[in-house]
Design a protein around this ligand. Structure first.
Ligand SMILES: [Zn+2]
Length: 248
């Protein structure tokens, strides 16, 4: 969730039951203006969480290329979903979507959220990147970056879909390439979208330290990890009028 002093936007809302969806919304204690969906997989939107959003009057947004998949996922072919195909605004936030490669049958998007002079990047569910993505992510105050699985744990619990996600090693590679090419990293980085079976909370940062040490690069960012089974801590981004809150 991205939260300012006035309101909040959910980025994806794919909880497994209606009960859990109510629980999470009630725990936020903030006015939620919208839910923005990155792609059509059930851990990002599903029929249970969608019904709860609808009951609470929270509008849902997705890219027009994702619409068909999202409607199928929520089992509501005639439902009205707001679509975008470029930058758009919700409340006082400007939101810039950018495409990230995921499964071939599924269009997936990362986002830059702009509020006043603060830029926040969210990038999950992808497996490769180019210079334009690096540039977008480097130029932010906060980056939420997928670090899905550890390569060794993947050998113990094989999953053919893991190849569509960024491993701990790839996430470290992306950040070291960013540092080499852009000479800077976001001031605050949070690793997220960790696999429960194929990752552990300490592994992404261990990999980053190992990788940066090997290449003689200093880590001058604050690094956090979002647990896969409970809310992360809130991260506050200056100035004080803007904040980022927990991500599941
Ligand atoms: Zn996915």
């Amino acid at each position: 969730m991205i939260k300012t002093s006035q309101n909040a936007v959910l980025l994806d809302f794919g909880l497994k039951t209606k009960r859990l969806s109510y629980q999470i919304l009630d725990s936020l204690k903030v006015k939620v203006s919208a839910a923005v969906v990155s792609h059509c997989h059930s851990d990002h939107i599903n029929t249970y969480s969608y019904r709860v959003l609808k009951e609470r009057g929270i509008p849902v947004y997705c890219h027009e290329k994702s619409l068909r998949g999202v409607l199928t996922q929520i089992d509501r072919p005639d439902t009205e979903i707001n679509t975008f195909n470029g930058s758009f605004s919700i409340a006082s936030m400007n939101i810039l979507p950018f495409e990230l490669p995921h499964r071939p049958d599924c269009s997936n998007y990362g986002f830059i959220f702009e509020y006043k002079n603060i830029r926040v990047a969210i990038a999950t569910d992808f497996y490769s990147w180019d210079d334009s993505i690096l540039h977008l992510l480097a130029d932010c105050d906060f980056l939420f970056l997928e670090s899905n699985h550890d390569s060794y744990l993947l050998t113990l619990n094989p999953n053919p879909n893991s190849c569509y996600h960024l491993s701990n090693h790839q996430a470290s590679n992306l950040l070291s390439e960013m540092k080499r090419k852009k000479r800077a990293l976001p001031k605050t980085i949070m690793f997220g979208h960790l696999s429960q079976k194929r990752n552990q909370p300490h592994l992404p940062e261990n990999e980053l330290k190992k990788h940066f040490f090997k290449h003689g690069i200093n880590i001058d960012s604050s690094v956090f990890v979002a647990p896969s089974d409970c809310p992360s801590q809130e991260i506050f981004i200056l100035p004080a009028t803007a904040q980022i809150a927990s991500k599941y």
